[in-house]
Design a protein around this ligand. Structure first.
Ligand SMILES: [Zn+2]
Length: 459
């Protein structure tokens, strides 16, 4: 009997171990209106499909399993939705990537490489090693813990880092990895860190030295490590965090359990406090890939970052969050089509950034207002703009471009390095175009007026 149970539990374990996505398709659906979008959210609530990408100009991609395919086709036709199959068997691409990564030799503790996607332990060990090596200009920050108890770590880089005076320098915040499956993002963040510290991009050492004299740069390479690890171990295309979210369709049974199933994960990039929280571009179904949670910052991962940044808001000159994919540079607002009063500035910054990126390897990114894709509420760069008052607040979507018919989150490993390189150039162009320098401007920046002592002191 026990042996029998043992066999069952072992086979369940194997079955649950790694989702194969065998026979799953990526299907592009035309979205011409709010009503079209709501139809997709409804099919998602019925567990017939998963949202694969945000809405792009006029369409979105969804992931459909083999059992739901006929039903989805029926709903698309009766709902008047145009659709086209992109990738026919996602499982094949997921399996191929999985095999390739297994063949890579692991790096030694504290080392890093840009020819594969590394796990969170490797990323954190690298941060430890970098801070130990560059003591005068870097320190490790533990911002807090995730739902599953992993650390959310950041590195703070500035010249003469141990001096308290550095806290008065203007601050740049960069984060990555809020969406678990966007693996090229933490890798790019690590390359940016390596470049600023002089481990990479050595021909830019003078520029980097000037940069860290002037600024304190805080970089959190992987702010959803629970989801990131889960996407490596269990479901490659997992997007959210791993906290229990609630019952499918919010339907509970008479005993306080779930009528259907308990769902996991909150979309952390819908969980920030912005106007129209929980109302635009989200679903109230806890199973949805765009479920924002019950209230802003009800997730530990977003709350710890909010607490850290709120305390620094008077010093914040630049906020950037990195995602993949689509090759975009997005500016506020994300939650409404209305233009901000800084729109002309964004057009100028956008040109500088996409030109700098293209100059490196010839890849074209598009600069646009976030909501031009489709308005969503609760995203972090809108929070930084509207609540913290950081005018220069942006979101990158890295490679590949949005027209790719591949599984875009599985960027081939030989593109990690060029993606990271072009984004060092994009970031430098961005920093050169910051609108309000702390201490020089005060009235319009949204931040409180600081006295002139706040000007950076590179000594
Ligand atoms: Zn994302």
């Amino acid at each position: 009997m026990f042996r029998f149970l043992g066999i069952i539990s072992l086979s369940l374990l194997v079955a649950n171990c790694y989702k194969t996505y065998d026979g799953y398709k990526i299907v592009r659906v035309g979205i011409d209106s709010e009503a079209d979008y709501m139809k997709i959210l409804k099919l998602e609530t019925q567990d017939l499909l998963e949202i694969f990408t945000e809405v792009r100009s006029g369409h979105m991609d969804v992931l459909i399993g083999p059992k739901s395919w006929l039903t989805c086709q029926y709903h698309f036709k009766t709902g008047g939705l145009k659709y086209k199959v992109g990738t026919d068997n996602v499982g094949k691409e997921v399996e191929e990537e999985h095999k390739r990564l297994l063949l890579k030799t692991p790096v030694a503790p504290g080392q890093f490489s840009y020819d594969t996607y590394h796990r969170i332990d490797t990323i954190y060990a690298r941060l430890d090693a970098l801070v130990a090596k560059h003591r005068n200009i870097s320190e490790l920050l533990e911002l807090g813990e995730t739902y599953e108890g992993r650390k959310i770590r950041a590195i703070r880089i500035t010249s003469n880092v141990s001096s308290d005076a550095t806290n008065n320098k203007p601050m740049i915040w960069l984060d990555g990895g809020i969406h678990a499956r966007e693996w090229v993002v933490p890798a790019t963040m690590m390359y940016i860190i390596d470049s600023i510290l002089g481990e990479e991009e050595r021909d830019k050492s003078d520029r980097m030295a000037a940069l860290i004299d002037k600024y304190q740069i805080v970089i959190a390479p992987s702010i959803n490590p629970d989801g990131y690890e889960y996407s490596h171990e269990s479901e490659r295309l997992w997007r959210k965090n791993r906290a229990p979210a609630g019952c499918r369709g919010n339907k509970e049974n008479w005993f306080g359990g779930c009528f259907y199933s308990l769902c996991y994960g909150i979309d952390l990039n819908r969980n920030w406090e912005t106007p129209f929280f929980g109302q635009v571009g989200v679903s109230d179904d806890p199973c949805s890939l765009v479920y924002p949670g019950k209230a802003p910052f009800d997730q530990k991962s977003t709350a710890v970052i909010k607490n850290y940044l709120e305390a620094k808001k008077d010093k914040m000159e630049l906020f950037v969050t990195y995602h993949s994919y689509s090759q975009l540079f997005l500016t506020p607002f994300g939650y409404t089509h209305n233009l901000t009063e800084d729109h002309d500035h964004y057009v100028e910054v956008g040109k500088a950034v996409v030109n700098a990126i293209a100059a490196r390897h010839g890849y074209n990114y598009t600069a646009m207002q976030g909501a031009q894709l489709y308005p969503v509420s609760g995203d972090s760069f809108d929070w930084a703009y509207t609540v913290l008052g950081v005018v220069d607040s942006y979101c990158f979507e890295l490679r590949p471009d949005g027209d790719s018919w591949r599984v875009g989150f599985e960027l081939p490993e030989d593109q990690i390095l060029p993606t990271a390189e072009e984004n060092v150039d994009g970031l430098l162009a961005l920093i050169e175009n910051i609108k309000y320098e702390i201490g020089e401007e005060s009235d319009d920046s949204g931040g409180e007026s600081n006295d002139t002592e706040d000007e950076s002191d590179p000594s």
